[in-house]
Each structure stands twice: as C-alpha cells, then as structure tokens.
Design a binder for this molecule. Structure first.
Ligand code: 8NA
Ligand code: MG
Ligand code: MG
Ligand code: MG
Length: 358
C-alpha cells in the first residue's frame, strides 16, 4: 500500500472545523475548530501506519496555525475585518514566537509592520519583491477562518470574497498570492454548504468555485498584468476538474501528472488547486492512495504523498474537508498531538457564536 511507504514532513497542518447538524445544511450544532499540528523541526520521518502516528510525541504548531489563529482572533474580536488589527496580531504572534517555520520573505513584512505600528497595513507587503509582491501560499494557508466567519447569509458572501483577498494583501501583494487565498476560502465555503453525509460532485464543486474565481480574475487588472493576460487560477480549476474526474474513472491517481499540472510548491498557484484536488479525491474511499475512513485524515495523507510543500497543502486540504464533514471526522489519535487545541477550540466556539448569534 502506498500509504505504508509514505514519507514526508507532517508538519504544521491545521484542521479548522465547524461541526454540522447531519439533518440540515444550514444549522450548525457542534461548533469546533480543531488543530492538528505536528512540527517540521522533527525532520522527515517515515509514516508506516496509524500506529506509528500514535507513537509520535506532542508537537508545536507552526506558521500556518499561528497565522490562522491571528486571522480568527482578529475577526471575532473586531466583529469583522480590521486590517490594522489583523496586521498587529500577525506581528505580535511572530515576535512572541518567531521560530515556527515562517516563509523566508514574509518576516521582512513583519519587521516593517512593527516599526510603523501597522499604520499602513498593506504597504510593507506591496513593496516586497520590487513591488511585485509575494506569490507564496502564506495568505492562502491561513485564510479559511474568513470563509467560516462570513458564512451566515447572502450579504456575507460579498464580504467573504473581499476579506479573503484583503487579509491576504497584508502580507501577499501579488495577485496570485491573494487570489489563492480567495480560492481557498471559496472552496471552504462551498464544502461547508455540502451535506456532511454525502460525497460532493466533482463537476458541480469545481464549477461553483471556478465560475467565481474566473469573474474575479477577469476583472483584476493586476492579475492580468502579472500573469501576462492569462486567468491563471481559472485555467488551473479546469485542469483540476479533468484530473479529478480521470482519477475517479480509473480509480487511480497519477501522482506525476498531478504534480506536473497542479504543482506542489510554496507558491499559491502551485498549491491551492492541489489542496482542493486532495480534498476531492480523499472523499472517494475506493481510491487506494489513502487509508482509513476519515476524509480529513485521507486529505492529509494524500497531500503528504504528493510531496513538496506538504504541510501547507495538507493544512488547506484538511480545512476544506473539515468544513464539509465536521469535527466528528477527526481521529482522536491525531488530536492528541496538537499544541493549540484548546485555543483553537475556543476560537471555533466564538466564530460559531458569531455565525448563529448575529
Ligand atoms: P513568503 O511570502 O516569504 O514566500 C515564500 C518564498 O517564496 C519567498 O521567500 C521567496 O523565495 C518566494 N517568493 C514569493 N514571492 C516571490 C516573488 N514575487 N518573486 C520571487 N520569489 C518569490 O512566505 P509565505 O508566507 O507565502 O509562506 C510560504 C511557505 O513558506 C509556507 O509553506 C510556509 O509554511 C513557509 N515554509 C515553507 C517550507 C517548505 O516549503 N518546505 C518550509 C518552511 C516554511
Ligand atoms: Mg502551523
Ligand atoms: Mg508552514
Ligand atoms: Mg509550508
């Protein structure tokens, strides 16, 4: 079995989950956000089986989790999006605990934000890479609380899209960086609408989020300039859908082709579609590449098996899966190793209170 030979960095993976009522799409009964975060510092280890995971020690969370908690805390404390407040929370979190595996360049943004007390929260990021901005996946890896926070009603939907982008722009000014954050939030939001007891239809899922990202890309001047006129995430969504359907028909995933066509690196463009692919594939329990019944765990396994920026792709895939299937899907054995479990659970309760309480 492929899983038996999986090896990878199971690091900083975050599961962010709000439990759902089985009987109703709209009602949420068991609010929980849970965090699964095994740090990369332990290095690369071979995962032989669930038993092996059970033997792992308790691990610290890293940048993906740190930043996602800052996003969630800012939203609940400010009762909405406040760019300066969020920027301050990113920097406070970083300077309190800098050794959590942050990206190489984003740290410069934190220094500038701290020096200027985040007076202009979008400015330091806009100056990165000679003004082209970071295209890393850091804005996408932390974005999912936005999708959960703005899941209440129709008027929330426009806010969801704008805030997904704007929280991204605090550190990632390249359009692929913040559009990656948007795509991730659209996927979480779409998964959240799905019935937890049912498998989502690949075509419908891809169409729903593909249409939205296509409209945004078509309207975005920066996006067209930076990508040389191509709607890059829209094109990836088409490829993703074709690959997902093909894998389903053949009951087999061709890893080399997925890596070639969707990517598995630290850029948003080459990781967010891959995370969506992992989630879609993990639902199909006949596929041999992952083990067990947990869709969340299977999503993580698949992301690790694909290699590259495993932690961040697993984080994003698990966030989408979690929004769909809910907290009951997470094996207790994984949760045992999460450093920030209580803090994340508390944040989930507060997002839930916001969503149901008005
Ligand atoms: P970031 O904004 O520092 O971007 C990450 C890296 O991407 C930069 O250091 C650059 O090398 C490169 N990059 C981004 N934009 C440009 C550009 N316009 N021109 C040239 N190079 C560019 O960090 P982030 O917040 O986006 O984080 C991305 C990833 O790094 C995440 O996975 C995060 O966990 C972290 N990280 C990754 C690894 C890994 O890949 N194995 C390990 C530790 C940390
Ligand atoms: Mg982390
Ligand atoms: Mg990370
Ligand atoms: Mg990473």
């Amino acid at each position: 079995n492929q899983y038996n030979s999986l090896y990878g960095i199971i690091s900083y993976s975050l599961l962010f989950v709000i439990g759902k009522d089985e009987s109703s799409r709209k009602e949420i009964q068991h609010p929980e956000i849970l965090c699964f975060d095994i740090e990369h510092d332990v290095g690369v280890f071979v995962v032989h089986s669930r038993l092996r995971i059970e033997q792992l020690p308790y691990k610290r969370y890293t940048d993906d989790t740190a930043m996602a908690m800052a996003v969630a805390e800012s939203l609940v404390e400010r009762k909405g999006f406040d760019a300066r407040d969020m920027a301050i929370r990113f920097t406070d979190e970083y300077f309190k605990s800098p050794r959590r595996g942050y990206g190489g360049s984003v740290v410069n943004v934190f220094y500038k934000l701290r020096r200027t007390r985040s007076e202009n929260p979008f400015e330091p990021a806009a100056l990165q890479f000679n003004g082209s901005g970071s295209y890393g996946n850091g804005a996408a890896m932390r974005a999912f609380p936005v999708a959960l926070f703005f899941s209440r009603c129709d008027t929330d939907k426009d806010k969801l899209m704008q805030v997904a982008i704007d929280q991204g722009r605090i550190t990632h000014a390249n359009s692929t960086g913040y559009h990656g954050a948007l795509l991730q939030c659209l996927a979480v939001s779409q998964a959240f609408l799905a019935d937890p007891g049912e498998v989502v239809n690949i075509e419908e899922f891809c169409k729903a989020i593909g249409d939205k990202i296509r409209n945004v890309e078509a309207e975005s001047e920066e996006s067209l300039r930076e990508s040389g006129g191509a709607a890059v995430f829209s094109a990836k969504m088409k490829r993703l859908e074709a690959l997902a359907k093909q894998a389903k028909d053949r009951s087999k995933i061709d890893f080399d082709i997925v890596i070639r066509d969707l990517g598995n690196n630290i850029s948003a463009l080459e990781s967010v579609p891959t995370a969506i692919f992992c989630y879609l594939m993990a639902q199909d329990k006949t596929l041999e590449c992952c083990q067990g019944d947990s869709v969340i765990e299977r999503s993580i396994q698949l992301a690790i098996a694909l290699g590259g920026d495993t932690d961040t792709i697993a984080t994003m895939a698990a966030a989408i899966a979690g929004a769909h299937v809910g907290v009951e899907d997470i094996p207790e054995v994984l949760l045992k190793h999460c450093e920030a479990r209580d803090r994340v659970r508390d944040l989930a309760d507060r997002i839930y209170a916001h969503v149901v309480g008005g």
